[in-house]
Design a protein. Structure first.
Ligand SMILES: Nc1ncnc2c1ncn2[C@@H]1O[C@H](COP(=O)(O)OP(=O)(O)OP(=O)(O)O)[C@@H](O)[C@H]1O
Ligand SMILES: [Mg+2]
Length: 272
């Protein structure tokens, strides 16, 4: 791949000289903090804009987003329906490109990366979790996770990934034999088995009841804490803001406000 590279940012060391440096800097950061400048910057967006359609049908889904996200952070992204949350997540995950503006992932310019570079980026660096689990019905939990570990660069075993989300006892079950929360935890194991630096979750508890939702959040929080995975969770549920390092309030395609929590609440202390 031929990503466009930039010089180190303020506060960065000088190992940003190619892929080895890129990966050397992915080790977990465990301190719980808000926008801690000591954490390496992972994403940097400037004036990120996404316009869908044209003429009268034009929708400014992103209307100039300026944002920095740092290694190991747990971010909750809150905002009304249609405010552009999924659009932003798709940009961060390299699933879609912007109309204007800049988006950097470490020293890779995602806005100008070609398809091959984006595929590489998604495969190596990003795990996705959606509201619906998208498991393959004819494969067991272990086999669903193994699909990903077989193509990953430095994966954990499917057994280790399923153990992280508390599913060892269900490893040989098919999706139809699992509850919704268990299926979502298989999806989490599948997303994190390749040890991505970034975990992007679009309403991961949207289809679940409160108790099950909390178990799923505990699994996500554990991955964030133990693997140091920068995690972004989109939700409509304002209660989940308490479990974040930082909460991004989004509306009309823009960041309206960012709030840093002095302490993160444990998922099992959340009630809604
Ligand atoms: N592929 C697309 N084509 C046209 N318009 C789109 C497309 N995707 C999103 N939009 C529009 O962009 C705006 C932002 O959509 P987005 O899905 O990002 O919102 P959201 O904040 O995730 O909403 P929700 O909470 O309902 O999921 C909406 O007005 C939506 O209709
Ligand atoms: Mg959405």
């Amino acid at each position: 791949m031929h990503p466009v590279r930039r010089p180190p940012l303020d506060g960065e060391d000088s190992v940003n000289d190619g892929r080895p440096g890129l990966y050397r800097r992915m080790h977990p950061v465990h301190e719980s903090a808000g926008a801690d400048p000591a954490r390496p910057q992972v994403f940097r967006a400037r004036g990120l804009t996404k316009v869908y359609g044209s003429g009268e049908a034009e929708v400014h889904a992103l209307a100039g987003v300026d944002l920095e996200l740092h290694a190991g952070e747990l971010i909750v992204l809150l905002g009304p329906s249609g405010s552009g949350k999924t659009t932003l997540l798709n940009q961060l995950g390299g699933l879609d490109g912007p109309t204007a503006g800049e988006l950097w992932y470490r020293d890779i310019d995602l806005t100008h990366a070609d398809e091959a570079a984006l595929t590489h980026y998604r495969r190596d660096s990003v795990g996705f979790i959606f509201q619906f689990y998208n498991l393959i019905p004819s494969l067991t939990a272990r086999e669903n996770v193994a699909l990903i570990t077989e193509i990953a660069r430095d994966p954990m075993t499917p057994e280790a990934a399923l153990d992280m989300v508390g599913l060892s006892p269900r490893i040989d079950h098919f999706p139809a034999q699992l509850s919704g929360g268990e299926q979502q935890r298989v999806a989490i194991a599948r997303a994190i088995a390749k040890r991505p630096e970034v975990l992007l979750c679009d309403e991961p508890t949207g289809a679940l009841d409160v108790r099950t939702g909390i178990v799923v959040l505990e699994a996500i929080e554990r991955v964030n804490r133990e693997l140091g995975t920068l995690t972004v969770i989109i939700t409509h549920n304002a209660v989940m803001a308490d479990m974040a390092d930082r909460v991004i309030h989004f509306s009309d395609g823009r960041v309206q406000r960012i709030h840093a929590n002095a302490r993160r609440a444990r998922p099992d202390s959340l009630h809604w």
